[in-house]
Design a protein around this ligand. Sequence first.
Ligand code: BES
Ligand code: MN
Ligand code: ZN
Length: 499
Amino acid sequence: MQYNFINNITSKEVKGSAIFGIFTDKSIKALNNSLKAPEAKKIKDAINKSPFEGKLGQKLSIYESLGSKIDKAILVGLGDKKDYNEKKFIQAVNAFCRICKEELLENIHFDTNSFTAKKIEINWAIRNISIKLNGIDYVYNDTKFKTKNKKNYKIKKINFLSFNATNSKKIKKYFLQGKAIANGIKCAKNLGDLPSNICTPTYLAKTAADLAKTNKKLSVKVHSEKEMKSMGMNCLLSVGNGSKEESKLITIKYNGSAKNEKPIVFVGKGITFDTGGISIKPSNGMDEMKYDMCGAASVIGTMNAISELNLKTNVIGVIAAAENMPSGTATNPGDVVTTMSKQTVEILNTDAEGRLVLCDALTYISRFKPKHVVDIATLTGAVLVALGKVASGVLSNDEKLTKKLLNSSRISHDYIWELPLWEEFQSELDSNFADIANIGKRYAGTITAACFLSRFTEDYSWAHLDIAGTAWNEGSEKGATGRPVSLLTHFILENAKSL
Ligand code: BES
Ligand code: MN
Ligand code: ZN
């Protein structure tokens, strides 16, 4: 996709479709910058003749040429002007992207002015349009369309109107940030959507290794089961015991800053399929457990974005990858394992496996002397009860880190919400046979899961993101969302102070 930031459509530009945002007052004042009076009048007439009300997401297509470079105009409803804000802007951009696909738009003149009211900051707006536009061509095609050779829809060129020469230079940076985030999201979506017979722990390791080849600042190390065994990672290994797929510990380093600058470390849950193990899950909807590696996918996607942006910062992504299967060699409920931290765990439920792989990975990463650690995991069904599919849960041992993440969430609109990690919940993990039980009682499952992880993160600033609700969509939109790549990349951008 070519893109350009220009003031007006000049004679040099290609012919295309013009896109305008219109509020419910149906005023076309904001269009005056891009259109001459007779062209604007054509739009006004079309609005007057049609049932278009300017409601948020509504569309009016005007198949009439306006000047020599606009062969049609499309109006996108923005809702009431007084209610317009960032959330509405994002919905309007989503509508615009939907329309692009419906109308198969290839060359676009986007009237930026009419979409950005006072409350919308332009750099933020362009980053967000870029995230959506650059994500428009994502189609899962590894197993579905390969045989049919389906052609992807792509935008050829977009001109963002209403930029003068100085602005247009500065704004490009924000477009590129959005593009990198979009590429990270697409990468995470693809890994999430792949079935477990393709996306195995070994496949995740290969994907990380391939990514590392694209930038000198990246390097990858994959630990085998044998190596993990010698490091004492028995808890992580216990999860893959029933599977023929080898478990992997994957470390991706991005070295963009001085060696002695403390890294931010992301740790992703990479269960490539979660049957529940011997504590087997009901079969209904079990296919969705191929998404149980979306934490890992978001780590790879975010590393991808950071590397594309060549940020001056140090980030390490670690993935604990395993397949949770029942078999004669699988771990049994009641089995006790010794973790890398030497604490013992009674595995009362083999379906609470995410915390079992994460705890050893969280012990492993202390060697990197992290500035902050964020783990990302599709950890509990309970987070869906608490926060639905709107927000990921965040639980942390560091208020300052929580604040930073909440701020990134506010900017990225990749929502997270805090749940309390209070000591009152900790006693639920008491066990008669080991230091820690791997499950709590009936209630507050997201919190007791985080309590379990907190026993392994005492030495550093840490936050846990439970993305079981947000990592994929159900129903006709079924598929991975690529969340929380946007949140995590924004977090790094802020930390690298170049947002
Ligand atoms: N991968 C699941 C969590 C999950 C459930 C993600 C539903 C997405 C949708 C996790 O490994 C799991 O099975 N958790 C159990 C924990 C329980 C056994 C304490 C759960 O949430 O039921
Ligand atoms: Mn499970
Ligand atoms: Zn799981």
